[in-house]
Design a binder for this molecule. Structure first.
Ligand SMILES: NC(=O)c1ccc[n+]([C@@H]2O[C@H](COP(=O)([O-])OP(=O)(O)OC[C@H]3O[C@@H](n4cnc5c(N)ncnc54)[C@H](OP(=O)(O)O)[C@@H]3O)[C@@H](O)[C@H]2O)c1
Length: 268
């Protein structure tokens, strides 16, 4: 039976644009009270007004996910506003395209602070609430790139692989507490991520330039994520064909490397 989401609160990071914004709208439309978090509070306030005008419940919380105290405050504010927390979606993240030898130590560390540690910073205080209530759902926005390494985005895909592997292990740890754990694996999605990639990289090399044929909207990712909240599963993909493609890349890494090298030569 599908899980009725009505009245079940969710906290979402990275909700000021792209996938997080679309997911917040979709969760609110499904009846979930939503705590939306990011650094650009003006955007969050506009989203809260939109959700409340449509009859939903929402609060905005200013959060830099690299800051553990701010992340804990997000979970506390969610519980204060809505009485409990059912789900947490660690979605905030960014990328850049640079060869490792041209990437500074600070850049290498910061992307892990945001994409990986930023996820744990919100998940851990959420678990403090979910474990005693013996129900909940933890989601992380990983990527299809968690399954492969592509040139110039090693650090990005490594952060996404770390989320993926944490998710897989945590799923087994938390099943006894009635808590689901899911990782979301978008392919290229039309969001501001690529503006940020270009800004941080001085123009795109591969990911920033071409779509490798697969493009989707943030609404497609959001719909798949709400389906997963209703009927929990380990991994969220928006199509079977891309899921199988990346499964094949894992099964035959040598073949995947030949194709990626050929593609990288064509585009760089
Ligand atoms: N777009 C794609 O093709 C794609 C594919 C696979 C996976 N993903 C993943 O999807 C997730 C969302 O990205 P998107 O595509 O929706 O890009 P986006 O439109 O650029 O959104 C990124 C979000 O993350 C937030 N953020 C970044 N750093 C933050 C920090 N330190 N503290 C708090 N919030 C922070 C941003 O908010 P503020 O700047 O307001 O703080 C923004 O709301 C990311 O984890 C990304 O890796 C995207």
């Amino acid at each position: 039976m599908a899980n009725d989401l009505t009245g079940k609160p969710i906290a979402i990071t990275g909700a000021s644009s792209g996938i997080g914004l679309a997911t917040a709208r979709a969760c609110a439309a499904a009846g979930m009270p939503v705590a939306v978090a990011a650094r650009r509070v003006d955007r969050l306030d506009a989203l809260v007004s939109e959700i409340t005008a449509a009859g939903g419940r929402a609060i905005a919380v200013a959060v830099d996910v690299r800051d553990k105290d701010q992340c804990r405050a997000l979970i506390d504010r969610t519980v204060d506003a809505f009485g409990s927390i059912y789900a947490v979606y660690a979605n905030a993240g960014y990328g850049y395209e640079k060869p490792v030898h041209e990437t500074s130590e600070d850049e290498l560390r910061d992307i892990f602070e945001t994409n990986f540690w930023g996820s744990l910073n919100v998940i851990r205080p959420a678990l403090d609430r979910m474990i005693p209530q013996r129900t909940g759902h933890v989601l992380m926005c990983s990527s299809c790139l968690s399954k492969v390494g592509i040139p110039y985005m090693c650090s990005y895909s490594a952060t996404k692989a770390a989320q993926d592997h944490f998710g897989r292990g945590m799923r087994h740890e938390l099943v006894a507490y009635g808590i689901h754990v899911s990782t979301v694996h978008p392919i290229r999605t039309t969001t501001e991520l690529f503006d940020e990639v270009a800004r941080r990289s001085g123009g795109g090399r591969i990911y920033g330039r071409e779509a490798m044929g697969f493009v989707q909207s943030p609404d497609q990712v959001a719909s798949a994520t709400v389906r997963c909240l209703r009927r929990p599963r380990g991994e969220v993909w928006t199509s079977l064909s891309t899921r199988l493609l990346f499964a094949a890349a894992t099964a035959w890494p040598g073949l995947a490397e030949v194709l990626i090298r050929r593609y990288a030569r064509r585009t760089s």
